[in-house]
Design a protein around this ligand. Structure first.
Ligand SMILES: *Cc1c(COP(=O)(O)O)cnc(C)c1O
Length: 457
């Protein structure tokens, strides 16, 4: 260890002014902390013999300025989603409409009517902001909103089936990413799962044979992230509702991705709607707010008043309740369905509806911009996905700008793009970096081109 080297390390005070000049928007506390950390790290490496010399002061200032920028960058921040996966669970699922985002921001920034009834000047109900809308849109008698769909299922089973049996098909014992498994959630709720049928075939008669004195409900779970195809059979929701009611039992359905919009219009098949399940006679239906519905994270329950009234009085509800920002965003999202503007204003629906012609034209525009910056890119037809555990086994025909890096390896390019202040998440396929147009916005193209140009080095 070299004592002279240690003495040559500059003092904190010497670096403060130049680093502050490099980061004019940072607080002086952040600058001081970053300079300290940079010099401490240098001292460590001198002591361990790793640093043979002290870098120039200008180089140390640049290091400290980088440390300031890293420390000031929010951990939870926007990313550019170039994966073509519309409901990317790791990237936050549904993107809100401008109207829903503004409603959430307004609720956050101001006092609100959250639990205040302006008519009476007394206490109101937080559920009232969305209940009437949900009932109108789905035809249900009653509605309730909780933190997410897992919470909706938890509340439903705990309040109405604890201590008894719930009959579910063996073909529907779903696991959703993040450890939500139907059998386990059921035992956590104090109910016993009564499996019926086989993996590929379950008939109404199988459910009927399983009903006994301990049965509390029949339940259908939407196989939202897989499909059983081939030699298959399942009981329809109409049959199950009729069977349950004939035996004095309720019929529940966990729709998972549940939609309010008939996605057949976009060529997406087999996604049930909330209103379809209500019409079929379900006593309680649950779904997520941030999957195909295109709203904030929430668990939506709609159904018969007799069932939902029990949930509304249950003590667990307080632990699962949603906050004002979520309610404001959900109300704005539901209003878009009510006034007919959902397909054009909700980003999720608009992205699912995008035509191949539009996507191809956008891919051309993006490729031109990339080529102008000296990047090798070409238009490529590529399949996109709905994602979020929705619509398995169906892809959407899409288009990508396929980039071939000139100066680095593919994985280096992808890593540098990910590690930017605004991370770019892309897909690697066919030995190219794919920027998929379905999930990109034209406002993002310039930043995207800059990101690729700066990362291909
Ligand atoms: C997604 C999903 C859930 C979990 O919903 P969250 O809103 O993520 O809690 C539960 N059941 C099914 C069938 C699902 O698809």
């Amino acid at each position: 260890m070299d004592k002279a080297l240690l003495r040559n390390i500059p003092k904190v005070d010497e670096l403060l002014a130049p680093v502050r000049a490099l980061c004019p928007n940072a607080s002086s506390a952040a600058v001081t902390a970053a300079v300290r950390r940079t010099l401490d790290a240098l001292r460590e490496s001198v002591l361990s013999g790793e640093a043979p010399e002290i870098p120039e002061t200008a180089a140390l200032c640049a290091l400290a300025a980088d440390a300031v920028r890293r420390a000031e960058t929010p951990s939870l921040r926007p990313v550019i989603n170039a994966t073509g996966v519309v409901l990317h669970t790791n990237l936050g699922r549904a993107r809100l409409s401008g109207r829903a985002a503004k409603a959430a921001a307004d609720a956050a920034e101001h006092y609100s009517t959250l639990e205040y009834d302006v008519e009476s000047g007394g206490r109101g109900s937080r559920n009232a902001h969305v209940e009437a809308l949900l009932c109108r849109l789905t035809g249900a008698e009653s509605a309730l909103v909780v933190n997410n769909n897992a919470a909706a299922v938890l509340l439903l089973l705990t309040a109405l089936t604890a201590g008894g049996e719930v009959v579910v098909s063996r073909g529907e014992l779903v696991e959703i990413g993040g450890s939500f498994r139907v059998p386990e959630i059921m035992s956590a709720c104090g109910a016993t799962l009564r499996e019926v049928g086989t993996t590929n075939k379950t008939r109404a008669a199988d459910y009927a044979a399983a009903i006994g004195e301990h049965t509390r409900a029949l339940m259908k779970v939407h196989t939202s992230n897989y499909r059983i195809v081939g030699f298959t059979e399942s009981a329809s929701r109409e049959e199950l509702a009729a069977l349950a009611h004939s035996r004095g039992l309720p019929f529940f359905e966990d729709l998972g991705s549940g939609s309010l919009f008939d996605l057949e219009a976009f060529g997406i098949h087999g996604e049930p709607t909330l209103q379809g399940s209500v019409r079929a006679g379900a006593d309680a239906v649950t779904c997520s707010g941030d999957k195909l519905l295109g709203g904030p994270q929430a668990g939506i329950l709609v159904g018969k008043k007799s069932c939902l009234d029990v949930l509304k009085r249950h003590p667990l509800l307080r632990a699962l309740r949603v906050d004002k920002m979520t309610l404001a965003a959900l109300e704005a999202t539901l209003r878009a369905y009510a006034d007919g503007s959902a397909a054009s204003t909700l980003p999720t629906l608009a992205m699912l509806a995008a035509s191949t012609e539009e996507l191809r034209a956008q891919a051309r525009t993006l490729c031109e911009k990339l080529t102008e910056r000296g990047i090798s890119a070409e238009v490529l037809a590529e399949e996109d996905a709905v994602g979020g555990g929705s619509v398995p086994a169906q892809t959407l025909p899409g288009f990508a700008a396929a980039v071939t890096p000139r100066h680095c390896r593919m994985d280096e390019l992808a890593e540098r793009l990910r590690q930017r202040e605004t991370p770019v998440v892309a897909r690697i396929a066919h030995e190219r970096l794919l920027l998929c147009l379905r999930t990109l916005r034209p406002e993002e193209y310039d930043e995207l081109v800059r990101a690729v140009a700066e990362s291909d080095r």
